[in-house]
Write a protein that binds this ligand. Structure first.
Ligand SMILES: [Zn+2]
Length: 730
């Protein structure tokens, strides 16, 4: 029985004839890929590939030739554009079979197999720079016009079951065949071609421990076939679902939202510190009904130990997660932390012995042995990755693995990939070469920077500057709207990433906007709690928030304005430092704090003494904190002077009153920015460098002071004032 679109319950049918009819053949492939990738039950982020063999005009001969368009290396089906597809001359690609066959030693995991990947470049059609993936032969060697290779939950569940071959036969009958697990490559393509040669009526194959591949001569038919096969498998699984008996039933209960939040806030920085000893990680918290059902279950420990089975999953999740056997109803937070610490130590030892047992003479050196997925009964799943996107992908993959295990245990018995096979994927020389080709990580990659005052002026410029260095940025500001606007702009530049996971704040991209009133401890604490829930910890804090309250016409500052000035310029940075300190100490990783003071701190003059004395206090706060927070945290001050450009410290009336004070000619009708420019030019003339001081000048030094370039500097104030000799610090 072939299932048709209106019957689908377990997949989203998204094909639209109207949309497809407006596209050329390559764009139709892109379209098909996007709608397949849009449903995680069909394939995971970054997983699977699609192809079309398209007749095109050869730019060299002018003749019609067949071109294989196939999703290239890297990228993701859901978000793919045309640029993600490689294009190969079909005749040239097919001639590679001769080269492969001439090799003396051939088959999976042989040298010739890895060499073939470089050969694909010789077959490139149309100067397309997209690199072909190792899955290319699975598409090129199948003699149908369209091929989909997916990693559907329901089919991996069959493919990861003990009796996968029998189940394939039972569920799909004559329609779909089965091939045992084999690492993707040219040989697997030949195995599939042979299978199809023996049984030309086959519409697809279940790939042991891996996924599904199927084909058709029309693209829409191929799409519908893919969905119908996944639907068929999902229905079979649904009929066998164990309901409350899933995973052996429940052993623990979930904590309520408040208790769970409290645990996460305490736990995440600690955990981040533990797993970030070799390299820093960014966290994602993923808590869904299905994750909770798993972590609370009787079988969780046994199944977690078997690990993930689809190679695509375990490259991110590592072969297995760390399951912490903690009783959320009876044991304390302290016991949880103790068990976690012991658990990570045991995990590292276990990983090291797996490496030692499976390594080959030419294997790359052992990679980071820390777990990337941590499962806590009552609480949920915590994933770690080198950036937010990666950690979201990791969380997504393990939550998909949970679905696979649930389904597989419903219809059979779940089994993992043999350890040696897993190792050979994880430490594949080809993958190692890919890793080596990656550009070096940026200064603030893997780092979380909180910029307080990021809604405007120096703070906003600083948020932009650190983001450029790969930082995850928390844009904090008294104005939530302004904070979120800066975060949105950063997301527009850097993208939200590819993973589809993370619950609550944790589902964020590389930047978020939060409101904070630094004069109130509760507000500062609440902000940091949200930072922890979103990213797992804190590395660098940069405070640019400050206030200048101008005196009245008689040069008088009322008491409440004096108090406000001190509360924002001195108490504020102190409260931020004091709250951040608690996280830094639990996390135990090197960190930094930059406080923006002012050149005014060192220059006595008339008319601004609330501001000037508050900034002098802030200078000394820097020194005190440098001692207080050492050796973990460096604390430095940035002392700007008269940044007029785009500054909220220079509203229109202050600019006008300054221009008047210095007898500078201006027109009342001029816009504020042009008036600011006039004032900036005047101020510039008073400096040694004679150039206006910009926001970018300040942001650069805020960034440098936080960076490793100043790793031996603490307790210092760096002036960025164009050179004001009266502000020289002695
Ligand atoms: Zn695959």
């Amino acid at each position: 029985m072939t299932l048709k679109p209106p019957d689908f319950k377990h997949v989203n049918y998204l094909w639209d004839d109207e949309t497809a009819s407006r596209l050329d053949d390559v764009e139709r492939l892109r379209y098909r890929s996007n709608i397949l990738g849009a449903d995680q039950r069909i394939t995971n982020t970054g997983g699977g590939n699609t192809s079309s063999k398209i007749s095109m005009t050869d730019p060299l001969s002018g003749k019609e030739v067949d071109v294989l368009w196939v999703k290239g290396s890297g990228g993701d089906l859901r978000t793919s554009t045309r640029a993600n597809f490689a294009s190969l001359y079909m005749d040239k690609f097919l001639s590679l079979e001769n080269i492969y066959n001439k090799a003396e030693v051939k088959g999976a995991k042989t040298e010739i197999e890895d060499e073939m990947v470089d050969m694909y470049r010789h077959t490139t059609f149309g100067l397309n720079p997209a690199a072909s993936s190792i899955d290319t032969p699975l598409h090129g060697l199948i003699p149908f016009r369209h091929v989909d290779h997916m990693h559907p939950i329901s089919v991996i569940a069959i493919a990861a079951s003990k009796d996968q071959e029998r189940l394939t036969q039972q569920i799909f009958e004559e329609e779909v065949g089965w091939v045992p697990w084999q690492r993707p490559g040219f040989d697997l393509g030949l195995v599939m071609k042979e299978k199809l040669g023996q049984d030309p009526d086959l519409k697809g194959l279940v790939m042991g421990q891996h996924g599904l591949i199927n084909w058709a001569d029309e693209d829409k038919a191929c799409y519908e076939l893919t969905l119908s096969l996944i639907e068929k498998a999902a229905r079979y699984i649904e009929r066998h679902d164990k309901g409350e008996k899933t995973f052996g039933g429940q052993r623990y209960e979930s904590l309520d939202e408040k208790a769970s939040r409290e645990i996460l806030i305490k736990l995440l920085p600690k955990l981040r510190g533990i797993v970030s000893q070799a390299n820093r990680f960014i966290g994602t918290v993923h808590v869904t009904e299905s994750v909770l059902q798993f972590v609370n279950s009787v079988d969780a420990q046994r199944l977690a130990e078997i690990g993930t089975s689809c190679p695509d999953h375990f490259l991110r999740t590592k072969i297995k997660p760390l399951y912490v056997d903690w009783n959320p109803q009876e044991e304390s937070h302290e016991e949880l932390i103790e068990k976690l610490e012991k658990g990570v130590i045991a995990y590292r030892a276990d990983y090291t012995s797996y490496y030692e047992a499976c390594k080959h003479p030419d294997s790359p050196a052992m990679r980071d042995p820390d777990p990337t997925v941590i499962l806590i009964p009552g609480v949920g799943l915590i994933a770690w990755g080198k950036n937010k996107s990666e950690s979201r992908v990791t969380a997504e993959f393990y939550s998909l693995a949970i679905e696979v295990m649930r389904a597989s245990e419903a219809i059979s018995e779940y089994q993992g990939l043999p350890r040696q096979e897993a190792f050979d994927i994880e430490y594949w020389l080809l993958e190692e070469a890919k890793l080596k080709r990656m550009p070096p990580e940026k200064e603030f990659a893997r780092n979380l920077v909180v910029v307080i005052g990021a809604g405007s002026g120096i703070g906003k410029a600083t948020a932009y500057r650190v983001a450029k260095e790969g930082a995850h940025v928390v844009c904090a500001d008294l104005s939530e709207e302004a904070a979120q606007a800066t975060a949105r702009e950063l997301i527009e530049i850097y993208g939200v990433g590819i993973g589809v996971a993370g619950t609550g704040l944790s589902g964020c991209g590389p930047a978020i906007g939060l409101s904070v009133d630094i004069t109130k401890r509760e507000s500062v604490r609440a902000m940091f709690e949200n930072v922890i829930l979103a990213f797992g910890g804190v590395d660098n804090v940069i405070i640019t928030a400050g206030v200048f309250v101008p005196p009245d016409k008689q040069g008088y500052i009322p008491d409440d304005k004096w108090a406000l000035t001190y509360s924002i310029n001195v108490t504020g940075p102190y409260l931020v430092a004091d709250e951040a300190k608690k996280i830094w100490q639990v996390q135990g990783l090197k960190a930094s704090l930059v406080i923006t003071t002012s050149a005014n701190a060192a220059v006595a003059k008339q008319g601004s003494f609330a501001y000037d004395t508050s900034k002098a206090a802030a200078n000394h706060l820097v020194r005190e904190l440098a001692i207080e927070l050492s050796p973990l945290v460096r604390v430095n001050g940035l002392a700007p002077a008269t940044v007029v450009e785009g500054s909220s410290m220079f509203p229109r009336d202050r600019v006008i009153s300054s221009l008047t004070k210095y007898n500078l000619p201006f027109d009342e009708s001029e816009n504020t920015e042009s008036l600011r420019e006039k004032l900036a030019m005047f101020y510039a003339q008073r400096t040694l460098t004679k150039s206006p001081i910009t926001l970018a000048d300040q942001a650069e030094v805020a960034y440098l002071l936080s960076s490793s370039k100043f790793s031996k500097t603490t307790g210092q104030i760096i002036s960025v004032d164009g050179g004001l000799h009266e502000a020289f610090l002695r």
